[in-house]
Ligand binder design. Sequence first.
Ligand code: 9MR
Ligand code: 9MR
Length: 601
Amino acid sequence: MRTFSKALTGAFLCLSFSCANAQNSPQTVKGQEAIRLNQLGFYPNASKIAVVVGENKGGKFFLKSADKAKTVYTGQLSEVKPAELSKRPTRVADFSDFSTPGTYVLEIPEVGRSYTFEIKPDVHKGVAAASIKGFYYQRTAIDLPEKYAGKWHRPAGHPDTKVLVHPSAASAQRPAGTVISSPLGWYDAGDYNKYIVNSGITMGTMLSAYEDFPAFYKTQNLNIPESNNTVPDLLDEVMWNLRWMQTMQDPNDGGVYHKLTNPSFDGMVMPNKATNPRYVVQKSTAAALDFAAVMAQASRVYKNFPKEFPGLADSCLTAAVRAWEWAQKNPKVLYEQEAINKSFDPDISTGTYGDRDVSDEFIWAAAELYATTKQDKYYTAVSIFPDANMPLPSWPQVRLLGYYTLLRHKDNLSPAAQKDLPELKKRLLQLADDMVTGANQGAYRTVMGRVAQDYIWGSSSVAANQGITLVQAYLQTGDKKYLQAALSNLDYLLGRNAVGYSFVTGYGDKATMNPHHRPSIADGIKEPVPGLLSGGTNGQANKQDKCEGYTATSPDEMYLDVDCSYASNEIAINWNAPLVYLAGAVEALQQKAGFAARSGK
Ligand code: 9MR
Ligand code: 9MR
């Protein structure tokens, strides 16, 4: 009740005289900057919304041909509404009724004109492909030639064929200082290390995209070195990291090293110039379980390509089972970097991915092993509903990845799991309904970003993962309202948000230009490596990276497109992966959803 009346007061202030909050705000938004929309555009028959930020008199808006010669649609701006968090005045221009393909601008009298955008089927085809190609640019240990990498071509970095066993990871068979080979894989993020936990959710999300939309991925061409083989490019790209993950299992006991890393972060140099020694560090339960889940899922997926990958499905499953068994014997080995540094040298100061609770990792690994083997013993090894929560996936929280898998394979489950299907579905739909409820009343009309808690480190992945939940709800019900809501979050990522950026490098007139990404910083090329998703707005970013230049006071506006802002503007594989899923799903489903149908509505 209190919040409600506060919001009303804000609206009243904004209407009667200059809006108090907007006046205090650091940015004065005008022209293009004030018109927030998906900068790529819209499907012909999907919803088309732009949000106009800042004070204006309201009234009519005009949709014009790109040359501004012709007005093709006239609409009425909505009443002013204070944005949920900043209280900045906003109005909505809704031109969903207009469905003729073409290139357009939106003109708002006294405000200005929007960026040019398109209305067409396949409008996200480019970004769906680029978000996977982004992983190609993250490949370690291989030259990226101009043929595939364009102007971002670069020599290979980090061969990782001579990696040291850190004292924290020493065992009888592999004492400290043992040299092992652990090549391939992707760089995690803006840094050059490789972390199993973060690879876990990333790989799970990408393999799920393939499992849910195989026909779509079979037609996609990413122009990567493997594009001409008979395997979908998505699976070729995933293979680059799968082969690395396999090397992170100790063949002697089945345990999995937590990460492969430098002792401290490399400087802002190109990958081939970063040649400090690298280590595998302590094995952990989280790493073993995430590894087991990925290997079990990979076994299932690559089983369909026996000629291309002979023996792979079997070796993945063996690896999964061994890691699972290790975790059963070692259920509470957390990764505690500070403690490790007290006992061993050299000290390690890179990313920790130090999950404190591995119960959800047990659920995910159990679900994947069960879906692949159909053996009840995996399913019954865990409590599938430990509580009433449905936590959105993130690197330390993977329970829902297991739930999605069980629902995906619902026609193929034994009675042990079948009895839980109604509850699983009920929970999924409850979560999706909570997301849908109120989304159309929010200032930006997106699922993402109506509450401050959405704006965490890597908030772009919150938007994308909400989108995945909604796509899952659609797949279970066929109800298009879920897909429409999922699309609203893709609109968020591509510009309809409180900072007006497209968070995908290379996609949109005002897209992230200066991500915290070592190659993009060091390569001397103005444009950043394309297809990478900035972590995005983070209410705590100013305190976390202490980068200079933050002026925002509201959590939904705490974003700096400068490379020192690693808490709001780094890129990372676990953020790109749900973008891969969401953009791919929306493209794959556009006809079924009626987004792209040419006639009728
Ligand atoms: O570059 C690092 C980035 O990849 C990490 O996400 C981030 C948080 O762990 O740390 C960055 O490294 C910074 C370090 O933490 C503090 N000194 C400056 C480093 C580079 O900006
Ligand atoms: O995504 C991670 C975020 O949840 C944490 O709050 C943050 C600080 O520990 O670290 C993020 O992960 C970084 C990792 O530690 C190192 N590589 C870059 C990752 C993205 O910033």
